[in-house]
Ligand binder design. Structure first.
Ligand code: URA
Length: 210
């Protein structure tokens, strides 16, 4: 679509995503797949992090070896479905700082309503990765990024599992400076704001609710 959007077409990502889309996939397997896919997406979204070097000694000699530079990453989960992505990414980046933004979607207006916000300190000095599996209308994602910017974040990336063209457009208009990484760009939203073909309600599928 645009440079603003990266679709990760790696075969492992696409295979796992197909299993997740299948309505016959159990809650336990869905959750496990989400954990696995989140790590593959995190690998992509953390590409080109700033690096420095540290003097270490291998058993054979001293060397200047590459390490991550700067402050720890901030991962911000957009509740509640964001937590499914968060768990896997934290395994990969265990020292990341973690924030939560609680937004629910008003089922009539489809507009986001905030009910919780707790963010790490010094957001202005960190790469902030906001995570939410479904970029649907883009309204809650754009609202979450508004909150992050209001809290000082200037370097923000957005990680999702599935995106709808409507959501990508909304984010591009509201936050052209925030790159999006996703496993697939689906066809459209339906009349009640679900991504089609999608995978249904990500929160319900991962937590076994209805
Ligand atoms: N949220 C979901 O969980 N699924 C969708 O398809 C859209 C929004």
């Amino acid at each position: 679509m645009t440079d603003h959007l990266t679709v990760v077409r790696h075969p492992l990502v696409q295979h796992k995503l197909t299993l997740m889309r299948d309505k016959h996939t159990s809650t336990a397997v869905f959750r496990q797949l989400l954990r696995e896919i989140s790590q593959l997406l995190a690998y992509e979204i953390t590409d080109n992090l700033p690096m420095t070097s540290r003097r270490i000694e291998t058993p054979l000699c001293a060397m200047d070896a590459p390490v991550l530079d700067g402050r720890k990453l901030a991962l911000v989960s957009i509740l509640r479905a964001g937590n499914g992505l968060l768990d896997g990414i934290l395994e990969l980046v265990p020292s990341a700082r973690v924030g939560f933004i609680g937004l629910y979607r008003d089922e009539e207006t489809l507009e986001p309503v905030q009910y919780y916000c707790k963010l790490p300190q010094q957001l202005d000095e960190r790469l902030v990765i906001a995570v939410d599996p479904m970029l649907a209308t883009g309204n809650s994602s754009a609202a979450a990024v508004d909150l992050l910017k209001a809290a000082g974040a200037t370097n923000i990336r957005f990680l999702c599992l599935l995106a709808a063209p409507e959501g990508v457009r909304r984010m591009e208009e509201a936050h052209p400076d925030v790159p999006i990484v996703t496993a697939a760009l689906d066809d459209r939203l339906n009349e009640v704001g679900y991504i089609v073909p999608g995978l249904g309600d990500a929160g319900d599928r991962m937590f076994g609710t209805q």
